[in-house]
Write a protein that binds this ligand. Structure first.
Ligand code: MEV
Length: 451
């Protein structure tokens, strides 16, 4: 299938015409074969010939890089790498790489992004810029005195941390910016002191450097206060650097908007539902983190901790009606890097980052938040209308058909029949596929006997 790179009329935006950059790439992308998809990405300057060859050979094979990352390496674990299309975030088009095994995530993201693109928009922002490192002093003798000593030495601690440890970050416009002291009253009534080191990591995720700063401050703090530092480590609950995405769907059908608002209220109020809602949001977030070599466990931990910040676990997204529009918001710590660690070392991560054409960690984080929110919208729309089975199983039908042993010629007939059964019975299984195939073959046999 050919992709037209010249036409400028691509997506009808609620009746109007718009001229987005990658719109022609997005059009019909899912109907292309794998090789055609790779070529299309090359034509649009998102992949190079050598990168296509690398992907066609199955990506990373040589385990020597793996051995640099972890111990006792015996190979690589491959998950499918797809690309979600149709995303226009803050007025810019993005191709989104997603490394994920779950059927329908990439398709649902692309389909919902198309809806938003045609009938709305996505805006994102970062609130705050600092990550947090923690220094624990399990038992301090006199908390008030300790706090006062740290606050008096704060400027000097920040200066020496930046000069001796975080100088690279400072050169790039970041570094340690603040030091704060918190008190936690222990179950035995004594005081635990926690020193928070705030640091702007610029385009790095910042885990290593903030840990280094905390460890660097251990001795000066002990010498100054005569109290004992018990451990130092970053915090994944980064409420000082939050990513916000907002999706607006204009002139949405009133009934659908109300259903989505009700579904959202459910996930705000009920932790059982909130967990599943947030899992659906993370369906959009984790695959990008994996594809770009980012630490998805850190983001997961931060998202869940932030979701519980008022003492009850809640949805990290919220949908509400605003006149004729539906508005969705996601706010969460999504701390990622575009330099350092696996992002720089793993060739597939490098290729994915390049394909996204993001300008640094801030934009990557904003794109990830937008995809998570759009993924959530797709799930809520399906759940409150046709139900989850239909969407999921439609895509699964082909797998069932193949598993039943259908040939290329038999495939379309069996698929069509299974779709009919699905819409009638609202469920489908391998035994349905086997039955349909058996029936088809016996009909073919009878008609050839007759001839
Ligand atoms: C399945 O992977 C994700 C959903 O359960 C999310 C949700 O319920 O919102 C469909």
């Amino acid at each position: 299938m050919e992709i037209d790179k010249t036409s400028s009329l691509h997506f009808a935006k609620c009746g109007q015409t718009v001229h987005p950059d990658l719109a022609n790439l997005f059009k019909g992308f899912s109907k292309l074969s794998k090789d055609e998809r790779l070529n299309a990405l090359k034509e649009f300057g998102l992949l190079e010939k050598s990168e296509i060859e690398y992907l066609q050979k199955g990506g990373l094979k040589d385990t020597s890089l793996g051995e640099k990352f972890v111990e006792n390496v015996i190979g690589y674990f491959q998950v499918p790498l797809g690309v979600a299309t149709n995303f226009n975030i803050d007025g810019k088009d993005f191709v989104i790489p997603m490394a994920v095994e779950e059927t329908s995530i990439v398709a649902a993201a692309s389909k919902t992004a198309k809806w938003v693109r045609e009938c709305g928009h996505i805006k994102t922002e970062i609130i705050g810029s600092e990550i947090i490192g923690q220094i624990q002093l399990a038992k301090v003798k006199d908390f008030a005195k300790f706090k006062n000593q740290i606050e008096t030495a704060k400027a000097e601690f920040i200066k020496t941390s930046n000069e001796e440890v975080a100088f690279g970050m400072v050169r790039r416009g970041g570094g340690v910016t603040d030091i704060q002291v918190r008190e936690i009253i222990r179950p035995d009534g004594l005081s635990m002191a926690i020193v928070h080191v705030h640091m702007n990591p610029v385009d790095a995720m910042g885990a290593n450097i903030v840990n280094q700063v905390c460890e660097f401050l251990k001795n000066p703090i002990q010498e100054l206060t005569n109290e004992k530092v018990t451990m130092c480590i970053l915090s994944n609950l980064v409420d000082t650097k939050l990513t916000k995405a907002t999706v607006v769907v204009e002139n949405i059908e009133a009934d659908l908007a109300e259903k989505i608002e009700e579904a959202s209220l459910f996930s705000q109020l009920d932790p059982y539902r909130a967990a599943t809602n947030n899992k659906g949001v993370l369906n959009g977030i984790d695959p990008i983190l994996i594809a770009t070599g980012n630490d998805w466990r850190a983001v997961e931990a931060g998202v869940h901790a932030y979701a519980s910040r008022d003492g009850q676990y809640r949805s990290i997204t919220r949908w509400y009606r605003d006149g004729k529009n539906l508005v969705g918001e996601l706010i969460a710590p999504i701390i990622v890097g575009t330099v350092g660690g696996v992002t720089s070392l793993h060739p597939t991560a490098g290729l994915c980052l390049k394909m996204m054409k993001t300008q640094g960690a801030g934009e990557l984080s904003r794109v990830i938040a937008a995809v998570g929110l759009v993924q959530n919208l797709g799930a809520l729309k399906a759940l409150t209308t046709v139900g989850i089975i239909e969407g999921h199983m439609k895509l699964h039908i082909k797998n069932l058909t193949l598993a039943a042993g259908a040939s290329e010629v038999e495939l379309p007939f069996v698929q069509k029949k299974l779709e009919e059964i699905l819409s009638l019975k609202k469920r489908i299984s391998l035994s349905h596929a086997i039955e349909v195939l058996k029936e088809l073959r016996s009909r073919v046999q009878t008609s050839s006997d007759r001839n």
